[in-house]
Structure formats: structure tokens, C-alpha cells
Ligand binder design. Structure first.
Ligand SMILES: Cc1ncc(COP(=O)(O)O)c(C=O)c1O
Length: 365
């Protein structure tokens, strides 16, 4: 098992997404563009119903199940429309009259999920983190679920505010998680979830594919009187090939999943990711207050680390120095400002060390 994430390119990509991919995956994808499996045809040119793509789908799904330790009573779907389509699709499929969609509001993405669900039906916000600018994650005592929720939705890792749930919240309704910015960065407790979804472009592969893992008994409850592309049951019965799927994106996801497996799986990823994030948080915490992280330290994300210096001018100066040192994608999201380091599975350890060292030097000066 390789110990460190490979990194040979000149630039360190701290982008929040689309984000860095494993180098070995990119090299394989490059070859497959020209010719996959000695068919004389590239992956982009094969029919989505032919044998080459059959193999790609079967492998991607099987690897996903192994890497995610996904129980047999869950369906693995490759969907389109990004994680954003899941906001409305979830509500359309499961929100019925007399029931509410319950949400833990922990940032910009839950804001959108809530807004989309409101278009469809009744929503109950069981926790609202906007009062402290989304620096925290609710404890059990902070959450007030409604009487009869159709589902309880939350975002396990808040890409913009840099907070994350240490463990999944307890809910009696089917629990649905948006794991877009941390999918397979750590093991998932399937016993607590009815559905997990993630847009592809952070920890899984390219944009264009959304992974949705849905418990079959929950899926059974999904409405069928919807336009075809919004029907979970149809995607499941057609093995994610009801229409022409984003084959290339799914192919690359399959390679990334294999790479995670080769790197020791989600447990090894957890150890690696924890160490990577700690390196940067240590640089923040040891700066004598020069650097400040956005999230409360009890709920810091291991994937996305937003932080600021004392002034926007110093933030800009640091960004310029970092750019000269080959670091890209560090500018903070416009709603938080400052800087943000996104250090997904495929981000190399040496990149975290390089950033931490630059942050220390800058704070000293
Ligand atoms: C947590 C989370 N949810 C949803 C989204 C939206 O994803 P997409 O652009 O795939 O619709 C993002 C994108 O950054 C995200 O970080």
C-alpha cells in the first residue's frame, strides 16, 4: 500500500471543486480517451449500452460497494444534475402532504436544499446555524425535529464554512446526507442513513456525475408519478442507464475508487486526511492569533479549511506569495472571504506541509 499521495506536477491544487485527482488516475484516463481495453475506440466514443461500458459500470459499482462498505440493501446510482439536483429531487420524491422535510441548516448548501424543498412542500428547519455565521455543528440537544418528518436531511461536511459532523445526527425519520465534499474520505455509518449523495467533482472524479446510495426500503417510498429523470425507482431499475449517462465521469470515478482501495480504503484515508488537516490547523493555532479559522475548533472540517489573516490586504498578499510558490485555488469563498485550503483525498501530504510552512513564515513576518 503506498504511504503517501503521489505528487509530481508543479502546481498544488487547493481548489474546493472541481478538485485535484490522483495522478495515476489521470494518466490512465488519458490513455482510455484514445483506446480503452484494446477496443481501438476511446471511452468517450463507446456506446453506453456496449460491452466496454458494461464493464466500466460493473467495475465502478462493485468498487464503490467495496470501498464504501455499502450494505446489500442499498442501491448505488450514478445520476446527473449535480448534487444540486438532489436538493429538489429528494423533496419531489419523498415529501408528501401532511409530512415535512426536516433540515439541519449548516451553511450555503443546506440553504439551497431548503429553498428547493420549499418549492415542493412543507419544510421544518430543525437547527439553524446562521446565528453564528455557520461556525458550529449542532449537538443532539440543539436539534428539534418535527412530529412527522418524511426525512431528515443534513450536509455532513460544509464546504464553504469548513465545518463537519463528527458523527451522523440521530433521527427517527430516514436520514439523508449530502456528502459532496467528503464522500469516501472516511467510513460511513450506513446503519444511520437512508440515503447519501455526493456530486462527483471533489473526492470522486469529474463533474457531471452524482453518486446516490439509497436504502431499498426508502427507495420503495419514492413517488413514481414524476417526470422520468426525477424518478429514483426508474434509475435503479435501469441500472443508471435510463438515458445516456456521463460515461467518462463514471469511468474516472471507478478509477478513483480503485485508487482509494489501493491506498488502503477509507480507514487509511481517514488517518491520512486527519494528519494533513492537522498540519494546517496547527499552523493556524500556533500563529498567536494571526491566522483565524472560520469553524469552531470542535467541528473543524478535515477537507475544507477556511481561514483569514488580520486584514484583507494581508490575505491578498499571502495569496500572491502562495501563487508564486505554485499554490493554486486558495482564495476563500466570497461569503467567508480570506483563504480556503481544500485538501481532499487526492491532495498530497507535502502540499499541506508546504502551505503550513508558508503560513508560519508569513505570520512571523
Ligand atoms: C456540500 C455541497 N453540496 C452541494 C454542492 C453542489 O454541487 P453541484 O455543483 O454538483 O450541484 C456542493 C458544491 O460545491 C457542495 O460542496
Amino acid at each position: 500500500m503506498p504511504n503517501v499521495v503521489e505528487h509530481t506536477r508543479a502546481t498544488l491544487n487547493f481548489s474546493a471543486g472541481p478538485a485535484v485527482l490522483p495522478e495515476s488516475v489521470l494518466l490512465q484516463a488519458r490513455e482510455a480517451l484514445w483506446d480503452i481495453d484494446d477496443t481501438g475506440i476511446g471511452i468517450l466514443e463507446h456506446s453506453h449500452r456496449g460491452p466496454a461500458v458494461d464493464r466500466v459500470f460493473e467495475e465502478a459499482k462493485a468498487t464503490c460497494r467495496r470501498v464504501g462498505n455499502i450494505p446489500d440493501d442499498f442501491e448505488v446510482l450514478f445520476l446527473q444534475g449535480g448534487a444540486s439536483l438532489q436538493f429538489g429531487m429528494l423533496a419531489m420524491a419523498f415529501l408528501s402532504t401532511g409530512r415535512t422535510g426536516d433540515y439541519l441548516h449548516t451553511g450555503a448548501w443546506t440553504k439551497r436544499a431548503i429553498a428547493d424543498a420549499r418549492v415542493v412542500g412543507d419544510v421544518h428547519v430543525a437547527f439553524d446555524g446562521s446565528n453564528d455565521d455557520f461556525r458550529s455543528i449542532p449537538e443532539a440537544a440543539d436539534i428539534a425535529w418535527s412530529e412527522h418528518p418524511a426525512y431528515a436531511a443534513y450536509c455532513s461536511n460544509n464546504t464553504i464554512y469548513g465545518t463537519r459532523f463528527d458523527t451522523a445526527p440521530d433521527a427517527s425519520a430516514p436520514l439523508v446526507a449530502d456528502m459532496s465534499s467528503e464522500m469516501f474520505s472516511r467510513p460511513i455509518d450506513w446503519s444511520k442513513h437512508a440515503m447519501v449523495y455526493a456530486g462527483g467533482q471533489k473526492n470522486l472524479g469529474p463533474a457531471g456525475v452524482t453518486l446516490a446510495v439509497i436504502k431499498r426500503d426508502f427507495l420503495e417510498l419514492a413517488r413514481r408519478d414524476l417526470p422520468d429523470m426525477l424518478r429514483y425507482d426508474l434509475h435503479a431499475s435501469k441500472d443508471s442507464r435510463y438515458n445516456t449517462p456521463p460515461v467518462f465521469a463514471i469511468y474516472v470515478c471507478g478509477l478513483v475508487l480503485k485508487w482509494i482501495e489501493e491506498m488502503g480504503g477509507t480507514e487509511a484515508m481517514t488517518a491520512r486526511n486527519d494528519a494533513k488537516a492537522k498540519c494546517i490547523y496547527d499552523a493556524i493555532d500556533s500563529s498567536g492569533g494571526f491566522w483565524k479559522g472560520h469553524a469552531n475548533s470542535s467541528c473543524r472540517s478535515v477537507m475544507n479549511i477556511p481561514f483569514v489573516s488580520p486584514t484583507p490586504e494581508q490575505d491578498a498578499e499571502f495569496l500572491a506569495i502562495a501563487a508564486k510558490a505554485g499554490m493554486s485555488g486558495l482564495k476563500g469563498h466570497r461569503s467567508v472571504g480570506g483563504l480556503r485550503a481544500s485538501v481532499y483525498n487526492a491532495f498530497p501530504e507535502q502540499g499541506c506541509e508546504a502551505l503550513a510552512s508558508l503560513m508560519r513564515d508569513f505570520a512571523k513576518r
